[in-house]
Design a protein around this ligand. Sequence first.
Ligand code: GDP
Length: 415
Amino acid sequence: MSAKSDLSKIRNIGITAHIDAGKTTTTERILYYTGVSHKIGEVHDGNTTTDYMAQERERGITITSAAVTCEWNDHRINIIDTPGHIDFNIEVNRSLRVLDGAVFIIEGVAGVQPQSETNWRLADRYKVPRIIFINKLDRTGANFYRAFDTLKEKLDIVAIPLQLPIGVEDQFLGVVDLVEMKAIVWEGGELGAKFHDEEIPADLKEKAAEARQNLLDTALAVDDKAMEEYFENGDVSIETLKRCIKKGTISGEFRPVLCGTAFKNKGVQPLLDAVVDYLPAPNDVEGIRCAPPEGEDDNEAAQPIIPVDPDGKFAGLAFKIINDKYGTLTFVRVYRGVLKTGDTVLNTTKGHKERIGRIYQMHADKREELTEVHAGDIAAFVGLKDSQTGDTLADAADPVVLERMSFPIPVIDIS
Ligand code: GDP
């Protein structure tokens, strides 16, 4: 996609989790399901993608890429890698800065674990809107309600279920969707298993009605007009409810909770729907703050916020540099304007010029070469000679500095 993008159709998200909660598995499934949806109409037996995923996993390319792009329901989702391990806190910081929303995974047996708390607080610092996915509901000892309670106890948040589980452990079949009041049931646990809508099971009807009332009470409270609609009609349209959930998610007034099992392939498609429906587009959030002038770290007024602006002079932030067999890839989040292959930009952090060689977007199964990249989007540049993580690249005509790397970058040994 090189044409100017519709900002409302981009999601820049991260997936964060306590180690072992299922971040890798969920990311893989997301890439699988978005790949399948992308290839609808082509002649593909499901295995092609599966085999590809297996190879990718072996080589560890896609999953460890700084950002991978996929498509769902006509939206482009850029998944930015957010390292989960505590030692990577500075990396986590940096990646949190460039994303607009996050999927926060906890697991269905242990619930919120110490590292989840650390990551949650970090995401709070950057006011990252989040949806929560309670994973591993197929495991022995899993309990949605207990895991849900740990969200409130340990994170002290207003968590609000958008789904209830149908069954648990090896009897986990699917979810009740409390927004549309229907059951979504999978017809097996293998990759690509079909699913269908059905009536909410009789034994869950009462619980679902109660949970939906709770959802309405919480979600509609963020919007007076929606409240009016509710008082007039006794209910609201699905669109109105979704709009309120999105509003509350972005403001952080409450945190929507979904559930499933990534490993057994149940719940991932509705999670993708929720990413599109409830997490913000780049222009739904405020943009990025400029770095303070030297010695004025506490002076907020000297750090104006740069809104995401497709028509402004180019400005972007390098958030990760990866050396691979193709050379050095500099991953940049673009906040303003457009950057084209061959353009020269100013590294405003260092004060020197850089020429943009090729521009890529990384997908699960290919690198897509672009001719230009626009505000709101993420891409990898080849050809930068002397730019580091945290550096700002900008049009020399408006040389903003978006971030000053004031903290030391540790050498991370993962051997
Ligand atoms: P990460 O450390 O958060 O990236 O977690 P992984 O995705 O690597 O998962 C850790 C382990 O849990 C792996 O052995 C996965 O196969 C397993 N796992 C992940 N999701 C699920 C799930 O939904 N159910 C079950 N039973 N196992 C899972």
